[in-house]
Design a protein around this ligand. Structure first.
Ligand code: PEP
Ligand code: MN
Length: 355
């Protein structure tokens, strides 16, 4: 993908790119007060939801268009860039009319290709020139996320970034939305130049988790953070447990350690060479094991024996897992590895028997 930088003019180019503001715009006073406090802390991009996608009807569903005028006032009075969530064509038209600089597509919208297409078409027809951030869909489906990115890209938008806000699950344990870090990491591997922003507020669902989740995102080389901040979090009309005051936000940001990636990479060269060497040994040992396994397959064929002999497999599994634990290798991991090796052995033996 040929993307343009999402760093709008004047934005500090140091990692992390920061976006902060309340979950929802509630009143003009709350929007202005929070904005003035945030700009005093050096925040350059303001967020506030105007249309709120709520799981059930009856909750606070956002103030609507009226709030866009408040965001426009934030832009004029503080010089911050402003952003909001869009989910329909009408949202996009209104957001463009009120000069929003960044728009994001929410997690429930990203999960719906019809809705994403509608938003993408509206971005194109309004000629939106700003940044579009695409949140991961609520369900852990990387292809669906990439599909949403492609729809926006195909609409001619080039200033694109993604937001990792975690994935829904039936059991809510530590996190409100499971991070499943491997999904955004795989996205970064597939589209390396796509800026990746973490949303620790929606992943954690609790104030206390914002700092550790933000640190984790920085250690995983994320480009930015979007964090919910409210001048009076306990009185927030939505997501109150996960919002922090601008003061607390600034404190959290100051505790972040941004590690210098270049230096560590150099120091790792020698260790990485060792890993390459070990991987080669691992591969040749695996190949050797498969050769022996094929010989066994040949024997089974000649003696008319079935390929799968479960008691022998159970024996191997128990013994190896025990040995692995003595070598400080996790039992679950060892079981997965052995099962994968066994599956490949069986496949090779079957192939041979069916020759
Ligand atoms: C939000 O950012 O306020 C929001 C509704 O987020 P999500 O789409 O991630 O639930
Ligand atoms: Mn929220």
């Amino acid at each position: 993908m040929e993307l343009e930088s999402i760093l709008l003019p004047g934005i500090n180019d140091q990692r992390p790119l920061l976006i902060a503001g309340p979950c929802s715009a509630e009143t003009e006073e709350q929007v202005m007060e929070t904005a003035h406090q945030l700009v005093a802390k050096g925040i350059q991009i303001y967020r506030a939801g105007i249309w709120k996608p709520r799981t059930k009807p009856g909750g606070f569903e956002g103030v609507g268009i009226e709030g866009l005028a408040w965001l426009q006032r934030v832009k004029k009075e503080t010089g911050m860039y402003v952003s909001t969530e869009v989910a329909t064509k009408d949202h996009v038209i209104a957001a463009v009319k009120y000069e929003m600089d960044l728009l994001w597509i929410g997690a429930r919208t990203s999960a719906n290709p019809f809705a994403v297409q509608e938003v993408a078409d509206a971005l194109k027809s309004t000629g939106f020139q700003g940044v579009v951030l695409i949140k991961n869909p609520v369900n852990p489906d990387l292809e669906l996320w990439i599909g949403a990115i492609e729809r926006v890209y195909n609409a001619g938008i080039r200033k694109i970034g993604v937001i990792h806000r975690g994935f829904s699950s039936y059991d809510k344990k530590l996190y409100r939305n499971l991070p499943q870090w491997h999904i955004p990491i795989e996205l970064k591997r597939r589209i390396p130049n796509l800026p990746l922003i973490s949303d620790p507020s929606h992943i954690g669902g609790k104030r206390e988790l914002i700092a550790p989740l933000s640190q984790q995102a920085m250690d995983l080389k994320y480009d930015g953070l979007i964090i919910e901040s409210h001048c009076n979090p306990d009185a927030a009309w939505s997501d109150k447990d996960q919002q922090v005051t601008p003061d607390v936000l600034s404190y959290i940001l100051n505790t972040l350690v941004i590690r210098d990636t270049n230096q560590t990479t150099e120091n790792l060269t020698e260790l990485r060479q060792q890993i390459d060497q070990i991987d080669e040994e691992l591969l040749s040992i695996l190949a050797k094991r498969m050769r022996v396994s094929r010989e066994i397959g040949q024997y089974k064929k000649e003696h008319n024996m079935p390929v799968l002999q479960t008691h022998r497999y159970d024996e191997i599994l128990d013994k190896r897992i025990g040995q692995a634990q003595e070598m400080e290798i996790g039992a679950f991991f060892m079981k997965e590895v052995l099962e994968a090796i066994h599956e490949e052995s069986i496949r090779q033996q079957m192939e041979l028997i069916n020759l």
